[in-house]
Design a protein around this ligand. Structure first.
Ligand code: DAH
Length: 339
């Protein structure tokens, strides 16, 4: 029996030594120490031993059981540690490796320019007003002193929804809508999309953007208009920029003017950007026509005001030296990435 026990111990030790998984280990535990296990079988046979042998063999059996149990425990911890290590190894990350950069969008150049414009006017106390792009003929033309047969309609041919509804050709209708809803003093700018049935080329697009400006209060004069625009262009193009007012005609202002700035590129010498002129036209403006004020229920004897309209694309094209308006709308990433 002694020999049997020694064999069991040696067999168990060798088997434990080569066990590779926790499942194998559990199988071995059952094989040796389980109720129907080898060691149990030997102990069951102890009844047939003599009184002298029994305690000796009993002690030995207990010793073998203890040794196997200890070896099982040790093997179990070492297998568990190995498993944990393997897991750590497989989940290891190198924090010094470069990450995957998320593709980040950018502001469209037109939006950048618009944001700058808004900042400048908001800084002067203006607020932002909005109006619909699908507009009544009344607001787009009629109320702005452009009756049905007026030649000014020719230069602003648009898309007609029906007889009375058009895609707005200018942001000027927002002037009328604002004056109908607000009492003076009024100080607003209104940026937005406008439409004209123009063929697409390097400087024309059937859809483009304008920023309208309107100031109505008591005692507003042309000097206020000039002062406001001067602050605006100097903030946008630099302190050294000069302004030039050229007489012009708009049906909704009287007097009206077009405004040129000294070329920001050559300072007025004449260059490629200003086409040798030294001046660049940037907006139309004037004193709000008394008829327009009256159309909006404002008494021209009590109030006066000025208005202006800026082409956003033009400003952006000069700012970034872009020579084709179509680039703004094509959404070519190679173009957009440059700003
Ligand atoms: N609406 C004009 C256009 O689209 C621009 C303009 C000129 C707006 C004079 C104004 C203004 O407010 O006073 O050509």
């Amino acid at each position: 029996m002694k020999e049997q026990l020694t064999n069991i111990r040696n067999g168990a030790m060798a088997a434990l030594e080569s066990a590779a998984t926790l499942t194998e280990l559990e199988e071995l535990r059952i094989q040796y120490l389980g109720k129907k296990g080898e060691l149990t079988a030997v102990m069951k046979g102890m009844g047939g031993l003599s009184a002298e042998e029994r305690p000796v063999i009993g002690q030995l059996a207990n010793q073998v059981r203890g040794e196997i149990e200890t070896a099982l425990e040790e093997k179990k911890s070492s297998l568990e540690a190995a498993a944990a290590n393997a897991k750590l190894e497989s989940e290891k990350i190198d924090v010094t490796m470069p990450g995957n950069k998320p593709a980040k969008g950018k502001k469209h150049p037109l939006i950048t320019v618009l944001d700058d414009l808004k900042d400048i006017f908001i800084g002067m106390g203006f607020s932002i007003a909005e109006g619909p792009e699908v507009e009544l003929d009344y607001y787009n033309f009629e109320a702005l002193n452009i009756p049905k047969d007026h030649p000014a309609r020719d230069t602003q041919d648009t898309f007609y929804i029906d007889e009375t509804v058009v895609m707005r050709t200018q942001t000027s209708p927002v002037q009328v809508r604002t004056m109908e809803q607000q009492k003076p003093p009024i100080r607003i700018i209104s940026p937005g999309r406008v439409y004209r049935s123009d063929a697409m080329d390097a400087t024309h697009s059937p859809v483009f953007h304008q920023v309208e400006g309107l100031v109505i209060d008591k005692n507003i004069t042309m000097a206020d208009l000039k002062g406001t625009l001067e602050v605006f262009v100097k903030k946008l193009y630099g302190e050294e920029t000069r302004l030039r007012f050229r007489p012009h005609h708009f049906p909704f202002t009287e007097p009206s003017a077009e405004v040129d700035i000294s070329c920001f590129n050559c300072g007025g010498e004449g260059c490629r950007i200003c086409k040798g002129e030294g001046w660049i036209e940037i907006l139309g403006c004037g004193m709000v026509h008394p008829k327009v004020l009256r159309n909006c229920g404002i008494d021209p004897e009590e109030y006066s005001g000025f208005a202006f309209g800026i082409g956003l694309e033009r400003v952006a094209m000069f700012r970034y030296d872009i020579d084709d308006i179509r680039l703004f709308y094509e959404n070519d990433v190679r173009f957009l990435e440059q700003f």
